[in-house]
Design a protein. Structure first.
Ligand code: FAD
Ligand code: UDP
Length: 382
C-alpha cells in the first residue's frame, strides 16, 4: 500500500483549502483534500453560466475584512477589483438604503417628521453612530425613539428574519440581527471594513492557485465515508459538527436556501448589488451580479434567495441557526470534538457551528494551523 497522507482535510471551502495550503506549502505536509461536491471553494465557489456571465451558484459572496493579515494572505492567490457593496430595502414599495440610515427616513416620511426623528436619533446615539436594532429598541425611552425602533424592527427586520430563519425572531441570538446596524448618518455602504474587494478573476481562480501544489491531492465527489482510515494520519474536519458524531446528541439546526438564477436584460437589472424584500412572500433578496463582478453586457445574471428548511441529504446546510438552545447543543458536540484533538481537529462555519464570513473562515484556518497543527507536527517530529 502507498504511504498514507499526513493529513485528510474534509471540505474544500475557504477553511479546508487554507488549512491544506498552509500545511502543504508552509509545513511540507502531504495533504488529501476532499469534498463531496464536484468543485472546490465550498459556498464561495463561482462559475460562468451558459452565456459566460460570472455567477455565484450559492448566493452572492462579497469579500470584506478589517484584517491586513487575511487580505495579504489571500493576495498571494488573487489580484483584486475594488468593490463596495450597496444594498437597498423595498419598504412599502419604496427603495431605501440599507443599513437603514437618515436618508432612508427622509425617503419614507414627510420632511418635517424625518427631520425631527433624525434629530432625536442623533441626540440619543450621536452623529454617525451605528447602533444595532436591539440597541435602538432598548433605548427607546421617548415616543419618537420608540416609534422609529418599532418601525425599523417591523419593516426591515421582523418579517425578513422570520423568513430567513424559520424561527421566532426573539429566539435568535442577538448577534444575528446585530450584523446589520441602523446608521445615524448618511453612510450607505453595507460593510465598513478597511478592505472591500472582489477577487479579480473570481473565487474559483483564487482557489485553483491556492491549491496548486504537488503536496496537495484534491479528490472531488468524495464524501468522508468513502475515504479509507488507513489513507491518512491526522484529520481536519470542516463538515457539519453534528454529522461527524452521527447526531448522537440530536440534530443541530441549519437553514437552507433555494437559489433561483435568472438572466435579465440590463435595463431590468438592479440599481445596486442587492435589493432586500423584507415584506415579499417567500424570498428575502435579489442580487444583480454585474455590480459584484464588474462585467458588462446586454444582459445580467440575477439570483433570488428563497430560505427553506434544511433536509439532510437533500439540500445544503447553508446557515447555522444560532439560539440559546443551539449554542448549548453545539457545546456538547464541541466537548466531544475536543476529546479527539491530537488526531482530529474541527474548523469552519459548519464544524465550529459559527456564522463566519469568508474572512473569518480564513482567519480561523490560519490560526488553527499556527496554534494547533504546526505545534502538533513539531511534537511528532521531536
Ligand atoms: P463551506 O464553504 O460551507 O465549505 C464546507 C465544505 O465541506 C462544503 O463544500 C461541503 O460540501 C464539504 N463537506 C461537508 N461535509 C462533508 C463530508 N462529510 N465529506 C466531504 N465534504 C464535506 N461570506 C462573506 O464574507 N461575504 C458574503 O457576501 C457572504 N455571502 C454569503 C451568502 C450565502 C447565501 C451564504 C450561505 C454564505 C455567505 N457567506 C459570505 C459565508 C461564506 O460562504 C462562508 O464564510 C464560507 O464559505 C465558509 O467556508 P467553510 O470552508 O467554513 O465552509
Ligand atoms: N436582516 C433583516 N433584514 C434585512 C437584512 C438583514 O432582518 O433586510 C437580518 C436577518 O435576520 C439576516 C441578518 O440580519 O439573516 C443578517 O443579515 P446579513 O445580510 O448579514 O445576512 P447574510 O448575508 O449572511 O445572509
Amino acid at each position: 500500500m502507498s504511504r498514507p497522507y499526513d493529513w485528510l482535510i474534509v471540505g474544500a471551502g475557504f477553511t479546508g483549502a487554507v488549512v491544506a495550503e498552509r500545511l502543504a506549502r508552509g509545513l511540507n505536509q502531504r495533504v488529501l483534500l476532499i469534498d463531496r461536491r464536484d468543485h472546490v471553494g465550498g459556498n464561495a465557489h463561482d462559475r460562468r453560466d451558459d452565456a459566460g456571465r460570472l455567477i455565484h451558484p450559492y448566493g452572492p459572496h462579497v469579500f470584506h475584512t478589517n484584517s491586513a493579515r487575511i487580505f495579504d494572505y489571500l493576495s498571494r492567490f488573487t489580484a483584486w477589483r475594488p468593490y463596495e457593496h450597496r444594498v437597498q430595502a423595498m419598504i412599502d414599495g419604496q427603495a431605501v438604503p440599507l443599513p437603514f440610515n437618515l436618508q432612508s427616513l427622509r425617503l419614507l416620511f414627510p420632511p418635517a417628521t424625518a427631520a425631527r426623528l433624525s434629530r432625536r436619533l442623533i441626540a440619543a446615539f450621536g452623529a454617525d453612530a451605528r447602533p444595532t436594532i436591539h440597541d435602538l429598541r432598548s433605548a427607546a425611552d421617548d415616543a419618537d425613539l420608540r416609534f422609529v425602533a418599532d418601525y425599523v424592527f417591523d419593516k426591515v427586520f421582523a418579517a425578513y428574519s422570520a423568513k430567513q430563519w424559520g424561527v421566532a425572531v426573539d429566539d435568535l441570538d442577538p448577534s444575528v440581527l446585530g450584523r446589520v446596524p441602523v446608521v445615524i448618518g448618511q453612510d450607505d455602504r453595507y460593510f465598513t471594513d478597511r478592505f472591500q474587494a472582489m477577487p479579480r478573476d473570481g473565487y474559483a481562480a483564487l482557489f485553483a492557485r491556492m491549491l496548486d501544489h504537488p503536496n496537495i491531492h484534491v479528490s472531488l465527489n468524495t464524501p468522508m465515508s468513502q475515504v479509507q482510515p488507513k489513507a491518512w494520519t491526522r484529520m481536519v474536519y470542516c463538515g457539519p459538527l453534528d454529522d461527524y458524531f452521527e447526531s448522537a446528541a440530536g440534530a443541530l439546526p441549519y437553514r437552507s436556501v433555494r437559489f433561483e438564477h435568472r438572466a435579465v436584460d440590463v435595463k431590468d437589472g438592479l440599481p445596486v448589488g442587492t435589493v432586500n424584500h423584507p415584506q415579499a412572500p417567500g424570498f428575502t433578496r435579489i442580487t444583480d451580479f454585474r455590480h459584484l463582478t464588474g462585467e458588462r453586457g446586454p444582459t445580467t445574471a440575477t439570483v433570488i434567495e428563497y430560505p427553506t428548511a434544511h433536509r439532510p441529504g437533500e439540500n445544503e446546510p447553508y446557515y447555522p441557526v444560532l439560539s440559546e438552545a443551539s449554542h448549548a447543543l453545539a457545546d456538547q458536540y464541541r466537548a466531544m470534538a475536543r476529546s479527539l484533538e491530537g488526531q482530529v481537529w474541527f474548523a469552519g462555519r459548519l464544524a465550529d457551528f459559527r456564522y463566519y464570513n469568508m474572512d473569518q473562515a480564513v482567519g480561523r484556518a490560519l490560526s488553527l494551523v499556527d496554534k494547533a497543527l504546526a505545534p502538533a507536527i513539531s511534537r511528532m517530529a521531536a
